[in-house]
Design a protein around this ligand. Sequence first.
Ligand SMILES: Cc1cc2nc3c(=O)[nH]c(=O)nc-3n(C[C@H](O)[C@H](O)[C@H](O)COP(=O)(O)O)c2cc1C
Length: 221
Amino acid sequence: MDIYKAMEERHSVRNYTDRRIEGDLLTEIQAEIKMCNDESGLNIQLITDEPIAFGGLMARFGKFSGVNNYIALIGEKSTDLDEKLGYYGQRIVLKATMLGLNTCWVALTYSKGKNKSDIDHGEKLICVISIGYGETHGVPHKNKPIEALYKVEGEMSGWFRSGMEAAMLAPTAMNQQKFLFTLSGNTVKAQATGGFYSKVDLGIAKYHFEIGAGRDDFQWA
Ligand SMILES: Cc1cc2nc3c(=O)[nH]c(=O)nc-3n(C[C@H](O)[C@H](O)[C@H](O)COP(=O)(O)O)c2cc1C
């Protein structure tokens, strides 16, 4: 599966089988996380074979089951931490999808206090991503009309539309899709338009946009 197919086929999955993540696949996921951390300075961690964080009432309320692995999205406190974790978290999600794993971003419906990640002084855990072999592959989300999500000064180029179509496939908290992409010449401005975890959502959507549009065709404002 290539990364374009991974964007299309990824859907949130909340129910997992007990098949473990192991061997080469585990090594590949860990390598991707290390690359993301090395590039960004973040402290993202994969926790495996740990059922407690998703074993309580919050997870049951959120209709999660069988979650034994999760990725803890952690970094030094800063104003751009949410967006950065969204961007790199989604890079790991798409890698996992290409490897045949299922995922779900989770901000609320788990026991944050019981999670087993190591958070250093000055760092913050923003959210986690459940990961494993799903009982299903999930279903596509509903979308806002594409026109509600962008503004174009002048004519819209093909790469911008492809970028927008990719951004619309991105997961967002409660499927809120509170982002706006504005095209001016070859420059794209991406903004969160408010709402719960919308800066994390923005980082996720920007990662998708870059893949859809092609990184060489434009620059971020
Ligand atoms: C930042 C963020 C936080 C999320 N938090 C939760 C959560 O606490 N519980 C949950 O069940 N789903 C959560 N989700 C998953 C969204 O509900 C889901 O991505 C959205 O409905 C779109 O569906 P899709 O991922 O299948 O495309 C979260 C997603 C994001 C991006």
